[in-house]
Ligand binder design. Structure first.
Ligand code: C5P
Length: 238
């Protein structure tokens, strides 16, 4: 099976930093992720600049608001021409459906609607936080599966999850439901603040649809070499 490109998380705060990082990858087809840090500081221009460089783009803004607001926001984001966008599943089914409606209506004629995925539980959420702060008396795994099912029933294309959850998620949704997985590290790397990490090769074994890799590439002494290593582990060519 042809794997999707690894998604490089562009966790930078300025366009200049971002573009000079990408300059190293000239001639390479890239799939990148733009998150709140970069988008809130540089705005939509960053997306246009990345599209000028032929990057595929995951715009990771994790929308979570009342359904009407999310619908209108998605309507606007659809015009940027990105490939993948997301919401928090905790916003509920009506919000997820509204997001999908806004995205569909906002996609210019002749263009493909960006895929829409839902964040289940953030990796920073612990069982204790779930129980004591959010007053949710279930396990993290139960909530992840439940939120995935809600996203599936709302017509979304997939979820953000950990590699370790992907198999169980597919079993309660469908085989083609996207599982976009951060928390990826090379064998030689530090875990940083990620708790449940996996290597690119393990992610391939678990049949996740996409891997998202940040610091293993962006903070590597040689980012190109780290990217190649990630790619070959992911593609099974090493
Ligand atoms: O540097 P690292 O590879 O840990 O970066 C992972 C990226 O994925 C970051 O941009 C982070 O915000 C994002 N992410 C995550 N866990 C989630 C959702 C998104 O690490 N549950």
């Amino acid at each position: 099976m042809k794997q999707n490109l690894p998604i490089i998380a562009l966790d930078f705060s300025t366009v200049n930093e971002t573009l000079s990082f990408l300059d190293r990858f000239k001639g390479e087809d890239l799939y990148v992720k733009v998150g709140m840090e970069l988008f809130y500081q540089e705005g939509p221009q960053v997306i246009h600049l990345l599209k000028d460089r032929n990057c595929r783009i995951f715009l990771d803004l994790k929308l979570h608001d009342i359904p009407t607001t999310v619908k209108k926001a998605m309507h606007g984001l659809a015009k940027l021409g990105v490939d993948l966008v997301n919401v928090h599943a905790a916003g509920g089914k009506k919000m997820m459906q509204a997001a999908l409606e806004g995205l569909t209506a906002g996609t210019p004629e002749g263009k493909t609607r960006p895929s829409l995925i839902a964040v289940t539980q953030l990796t920073s959420t612990s069982k204790q936080m779930l129980n004591d702060e959010l007053l949710i008396g279930k396990s993290l795994e139960q909530t992840v599966l439940h939120y995935s099912q809600m996203a599936f029933e709302s017509g979304l294309d997939g979820v953000v999850c950990s590699v370790h959850e992907a198999e169980a998620i597919r079993s309660v949704t469908s085989d083609s439901f996207l599982t976009v997985t951060p928390g990826i590290r090379l064998e030689s790397d530090q875990a940083d603040d990620q708790v449940r990490i996996a290597t690119p090769a393990y992610a391939r074994e678990k049949n996740v649809s996409h891997i998202v890799v940040g610091r293993s590439i962006t903070k590597a002494a040689d980012p190109i070499q780290a990217y190649r290593q990630v790619k070959s582990g992911w593609e099974g060519s090493m």
